[in-house]
Ligand binder design. Structure first.
Ligand code: UN1
Length: 489
């Protein structure tokens, strides 16, 4: 494996502006990091859970104090516009509050025993050290989704952040350490595939959690099951659809489509990338979306007037452009956008918000994740066909339906095969106390956030205590026969 020897992140809007440079980690660095986190975890796991929770709450407070500074860093390193960068940091603050609260909540169940003088309950134990591989697009929020619950559950952490956002991860971990997270408990290893693979296969890592693409996620899972951690949670791609029914509030649907598709320059795993619409309203809806797109300001994300920032790097722009070209080749039409645009004074890659019409469900652009500001419009005859199209892709993260009819809305919630469904709201914007994740190839059945975070990073333990003072035999049929047949009288 030949890899670059340094990780160097730059401002996606101005690639000459280098944000951070670190030596690229190796498998040996991962070994050292796992050993150090393991040593620190042994002490941490003995601290009572509410006391661990207090440290996490304090980390939230430090993040809140540093919110402005961190938001600027997110905008500069990940290219997110300031409002979204602030939202990213706020999501981490909220996660700290929520997870800290879980430190005084129930973690298990008590269950009545089938025998007398016996207690049965479940509890949770840490897995030891968790290995985290995180993306650049929520460079503070996603580490927080994983690190806070992992710490609350009593684990140590080794995180390999995206090579595009090393400084955001360092800043997040620094806030944790300032708040009192023991030094050494959360280790950061920067780099590319080598440390990621080492983490996924490390015998000293009890769980690995990955957010990123399907091909990499599959490699992580296969490698991890072969030699490494037993718990593997994956959050992979999406091909999120918004259905707009003819009875929908079209103003609302236009707002939702523009925000869902072009917010974060389409670079969320939850971004809306398919608009599934009835022919009666298709033209009107597309015209209105295109008009709104014309009003969006594309530019430097640190300028408060900007609506759409850059894509993460030139290669991403080239990939998105090739997907749009392929769609046109397959028969789609470009209603707006379709290519990268120059922004004065910025050398980064800015892909124009793009609406494609005439897309058919079998086109590549209707099936493959774009991870860029591209909305494919697919016309369908009725609700059944709309749902069939929503469910026809390999992903199952998020979907939205716009309708004023409550029966249509709820029937769609039932029929749509995704982990998250929105009614009259776009496909982005999942809230942290609720489980986050998807069906099919979007993941492997795990959900993040909410109370699921603790489950994700711990093992359940079932405990039986027999205080009868004599041997009681379970699974031995020792009950008196029921008198008088089935009615029991
Ligand atoms: C992601 O893009 O990987 O639901 C996560 C949302 C955000 C999370 C996105 N809260 O859009």
């Amino acid at each position: 494996m030949v890899e670059r020897s340094t990780v160097s992140s730059c401002n996606p809007a101005r690639p000459d502006d280098v944000v951070a440079t670190h030596p690229a980690g190796t498998a040996a660095d991962v070994d050292r990091a796992v050993a150090a986190a393991t040593a620190a975890q042994k002490v941490w796991a003995r601290i009572p859970v509410p006391a661990r929770a207090e440290v996490i709450a304090a980390a939230g407070a430090v993040l809140a104090e540093r919110k402005a500074e961190l938001s600027h860093l997110v905008a500069r390193e990940a290219g997110k516009i300031l409002a979204e960068a602030g939202g990213d940091v706020q999501e981490a603050i909220d996660m700290a509050t929520f997870v800290a609260g879980q430190g005084r909540a129930a973690w298990g169940a008590t269950v009545p025993s089938e025998l007398g003088s016996k207690l049965c309950w479940t509890t949770r134990q840490p897995v030891g050290v968790v290995g985290l591989i995180t993306p650049w697009n929520f460079p503070v929020a996603i580490p927080s989704w994983k690190i806070f619950p992992a710490l609350l559950a009593g684990n140590g952490v080794v995180i390999k952040p995206s090579e595009h956002a090393p400084a955001c991860c360092e800043a997040f971990v620094d806030a944790c350490v300032t708040a009192g997270v023991p030094k050494g408990l959360v280790q950061v290893v920067h780099g590319f595939a080598e440390p990621a693979a080492a983490l996924a296969t490390h015998p000293g890592v009890g769980a690995v959690s990955f957010t990123g693409s399907v091909p990499t996620g599959r490699k992580v899972a296969a490698a991890a099951m072969e030699t490494g951690p037993r718990l593997v949670s994956l959050e992979l791609g999406g091909k999120n659809a918004m259905i707009v029914r003819p009875d929908a509030d079209l103003d609302l649907a236009v707002d939702g489509a523009v925000f869902g598709a072009f917010g974060t320059a389409g670079q969320r795993c939850t971004s809306t990338s398919r608009l599934i619409v009835h022919p009666d309203v298709a033209e009107q809806l597309v015209d209105r979306i295109v008009k709104r797109v014309g009003e969006l300001v594309i530019g430097d994300p640190t300028d408060a007037r900007t609506d759409v920032g850059p894509v993460i790097e030139a290669a991403a722009g080239a990939r998105i452009g090739a997907m749009v070209d392929a769609a046109v080749h397959e028969g789609a039409s470009v209603a707006c956008g379709g290519a990268a645009v120059e922004v004065d004074g910025c050398g980064g890659t800015f892909f124009a918000p793009t609406v494609l019409t005439g897309v058919q469900p079998h086109h590549r652009i209707a099936r493959e994740e774009v991870f860029g500001p591209v909305l494919a419009v697919i016309e369908v005859a009725d609700l059944d066909e709309a749902i069939e199209v929503v469910n026809s892709v390999e992903y199952g993260l998020s979907a939205a339906i716009y309708t004023r009819d409550v029966n249509t809305a709820l029937a769609s919630v039932d029929a749509i095969d995704t982990g998250i469904v929105y009614v009259n709201a776009p496909t982005i914007g999942a809230e942290i106390p609720l489980p986050f994740g998807g069906t099919k190839h979007t993941g492997n059945g795990f959900r993040e956030a909410g109370t699921r975070g603790i489950e994700q990073f711990s093992e359940v333990k079932t405990v039986y205590v027999d205080y009868s003072g004599h041997l009681q035999k379970a699974q031995i049929d020792n009950r008196p026969p029921v008198q008088g047949g089935g009615a029991g009288r």
